[in-house]
Design a protein around this ligand. Structure first.
Ligand code: ADP
Ligand code: MG
Length: 155
């Protein structure tokens, strides 16, 4: 099972709406999710992640560019937002115990996953972002049958 969903968005408000709808859809299936966010610098990876995380009631979301990972946990969810852009070596991820972030119900959002290759888990979804000015194309790819419900939920 492979699927691709493509969204053309006019501005950041539409990105927020998509991120929150996506958060709603994936959180109604209780399991762990690994999501890669791909695209050039400034594409909107962190912006998408921020709106996604805010959906769960976390108001302050900061970019993990310097910290490598920021975590958001409450009684309902456990979200880990990684940015591997500044990673020197994938081994640094092993040192911070990256495997411990993959719990039964955790949601991992990962920017620049290719820089952590070998140390980070495989993706359930890959979201590729491109565009210019305020317009964006979001392309969501999945090869995970567990994600099939999203086809209905997001449409
Ligand atoms: P990345 O993490 O991919 O490097 P950021 O999310 O940090 O990118 O930056 C994206 C920038 O683009 C932000 O300044 C954001 O306000 C702006 N932007 C403009 N339009 C959009 C849109 N439709 N979706 C997401 N970001 C947008
Ligand atoms: Mg970013």
């Amino acid at each position: 099972m492979v699927f691709i969903l493509k969204f053309s968005l006019k501005n950041e408000n539409e990105t927020r709406a998509l991120a929150q709808q996506f958060a709603d859809c994936i959180s109604n299936k209780k399991r762990a999710w690994v999501i890669y966010l791909e695209g050039d610098l400034g594409a909107g990876k962190t912006t998408f992640a921020r709106h996604f995380i805010q959906y769960f009631g976390f108001d302050r979301v900061k970019s993990p560019t310097y910290s490598l990972v920021e975590s958001y946990e409450n009684a309902a969810v456990s979200i880990h937002h990684f940015d591997c852009y500044r990673l020197g070596d994938a081994q640094e991820l092993e040192l911070i115990g990256v495997r411990d972030y993959a719990t039964a119900r955790s949601i991992q959002l990962i920017e620049w996953a290719e820089r952590g290759a070998g140390a980070i888990p495989n993706a359930d979804f890959i979201i590729q972002i491109s565009g210019e000015d305020e317009a964006r194309i979001f392309e969501l790819n999945s090869q995970n049958p567990a994600a099939e419900h999203l086809l209905k939920c997001l449409n």
